[in-house]
Design a protein around this ligand. Structure first.
Ligand code: TXE
Length: 500
């Protein structure tokens, strides 16, 4: 079934151009201070899309200075919350207007199916900004009673200049999760995109300026982690850093923040989420959901259901059907209608996934289907299913971040709870059962930031998202994200006439 020719013989020409390739600093597109650029690729063809300004410490300095000035001198933090809300809403409207260009650019640079970009992720982007626009004028402090005769106010103020470092698997959604709450609270931002996917954040930030965002409030720098990213995390004039990426790099960011100015850090890191199929499950539905939980976005999701635990009573049927489903998965040009799976993001991730597949084979897991690249060009990988996976195998412990499903067998609930929790991660979990008691037991026992019961990857703007254990620190989205971007100030004043 798998072709040996190029996976995409004649790539569909994306209906968009990569126009914005410079840094966006203080409302202007500018070259890197060094004049350097780096190529950004089309993962379908391995060809270059464009050359993009390559940021380093000097560009970060310039961007932080612009953000600092915009914060200290305003007008952004001093605008009325309603004015800020209006700008967020205007941006959300512009996203809707430019839906198809943004979606095409996202797919071109990332490789995800165009239908997913255009019909799911772009609407989610504008929805998220509507949500945070709604918060902008509802953020307020408290007055509290004290033991003595004082008037005590608790003010909620913006934290200042926020540094934000995002990954490549959902470039625009990650932009939204970071930028939405930070702007709603009145902060200014320096955002560093992932080196693999610099294009859509620049386009979106341009739209933000069209929506009326003052210069310097949102600055976007393209560049690599150890140079631009590290300069941002260790900058003395950055008041907060938010990061999404690998656990390994998350530790580096935390250390850089600690060694510089102790800026508070939020981290959204890797995962190895269990997806538990109970004995009462409707097997066909469970197979489809487990397939989606793992293979969605080429398997490049931090919360991917990458340990599929199946009760022994339904295990054999589940394996056969999962294998058949994976074989039916449509791989190809992500711009083509009906394609479910595009290429992995880059050569590094592609090689990493293939190494894990080899490790699965060598550790004697049963390779049910897939197991190799798809085609001979582009970073495509065959949808791969392993059964007979044991907890101590590398493919059951490490984040593979690719289209590789690992299926494990279990006998009873106590056992599966203990096994599901035996991981250094704790980002998400899936539970598939018709029994309400089983659902309640599992959702309370699993040590994970999200438990999806009979569903998976539901990402409403209002639902908090984040990890236990080494999956991160803090929560994004919902009301919880606001606290990441606020300072709390107590103001205490004596009361002249305590009797009143
Ligand atoms: O991640 P990195 P990579 C996982 C996934 C993947 C692995 C490696 O398992 O296979 O991480 O991917 C910036 N200081 N996830 O190498 O390095 C970098 O430029 C400051 C899970 O892409 O964490 C990019 O902007 N910043 C994840 C961002 O960190 C640094 C999504 C992420 O890159 C830096 C992506 C440094 N020293 C990968 N080094 C998720 N949680 O969704 C790199 N960066």
């Amino acid at each position: 079934r798998y072709s040996t020719a190029a996976a995409v013989e004649e790539p569909i020409t994306p209906p968009v151009q990569a126009i914005y390739t410079q840094h966006l600093i203080n409302g202007q597109f500018v070259d890197a201070a060094s004049g350097k650029t780096f190529p950004t690729y089309d993962p379908r063809t391995e060809g270059v899309i464009a050359h993009v300004a390559e940021g380093d410490a000097e560009d970060i300095n310039r961007a932080v200075a612009a953000a600092r000035k915009a914060f200290d001198e305003g007008p952004w933090p001093k605008m009325t919350p309603y004015e800020r809300s209006r700008i967020l809403l205007r941006f959300a409207d512009l996203v809707e207007k430019h839906n198809d260009e943004l979606a095409a650019l996202e797919t071109w640079n990332n490789g995800k199916p165009y239908e997913q970009s255009a019909k799911s992720e772009l609407p989610m982007l504008s929805r998220l900004f509507h949500y945070y626009a709604g918060w902008a004028d509802k953020i307020h402090g408290l007055t509290v009673p004290g033991d003595s005769n004082h008037h005590i106010q608790v003010l909620h103020e913006p934290i200042g200049v926020a540094g934000q470092i995002i990954p490549w698997n959902f470039p625009l959604i990650m932009f939204a999760w970071k930028v939405g709450p930070a702007l709603a609270c009145g902060n200014t931002i320096v955002l560093k995109t992932a080196e693999q996917t610099p294009l859509t954040a620049l386009y979106a930030a341009k739209l933000f300026h069209e929506a009326g965002l003052p210069p310097g409030v949102l600055n976007v720098i393209s560049g690599y982690g150890p140079t631009a990213g590290a300069a941002l995390a260790s900058h003395m004039d950055v008041d907060k850093i938010a990061f999404t990426g690998s656990t390994e790099t998350g530790k580096v960011v935390l250390e850089l923040a600690a060694r510089s100015n102790l800026k508070p850090v939020t981290l959204e890191l890797g995962g190895k989420s269990p997806f538990i199929v109970c004995e009462d499950a409707d097997v066909d539905k469970a197979v489809e959901l487990a397939h989606f939980a793992l293979f969605f976005n080429q398997g490049q999701c931090c919360c991917a259901g990458s340990r599929t635990y199946v009760h022994e009573r339904v295990y054999d049927e589940f394996i056969e059907k999962s294998k058949a489903r994976a074989k039916r998965r449509v791989v190809g040009d992500p711009f083509k209608k009906g394609v479910e799976q595009g290429p992995q993001i880059d050569s590094e991730q592609f090689q990493k996934v293939l190494r894990y597949i080899r490790s699965g084979i060598e550790s004697n897991a049963t390779l049910e289907c897939g197991g190799d690249r798809f085609g001979s060009k582009g970073y495509f990988i065959q949808p791969t299913v392993f059964s007979n996976v044991q907890d101590d195998m590398l493919i059951a412990k490490d984040e593979i971040f690719g289209p590789v499903q690992s299926i494990l067998k279990f006998k009873n609930l106590d056992e599966v709870i203990q096994r599901a929790n035996t991981t250094r991660y704790g980002l998400a979990a899936g539970v598939f059962t018709k029994n309400i008691d089983t659902a309640n037991t599992l959702s309370r026992a699993l040590r994970a930031g999200t438990v999806w019961v009979n569903c998976f990857d539901v990402f409403d703007a209002a639902i908090p998202f984040g990890g236990y254990k080494m999956s991160g620190i803090g929560r994004e989205k919902g009301i919880y994200s606001l606290n990441n971007y606020l300072q709390v100030k107590a103001v205490v004043t004596p009361l002249k006439n305590p009797a009143w």
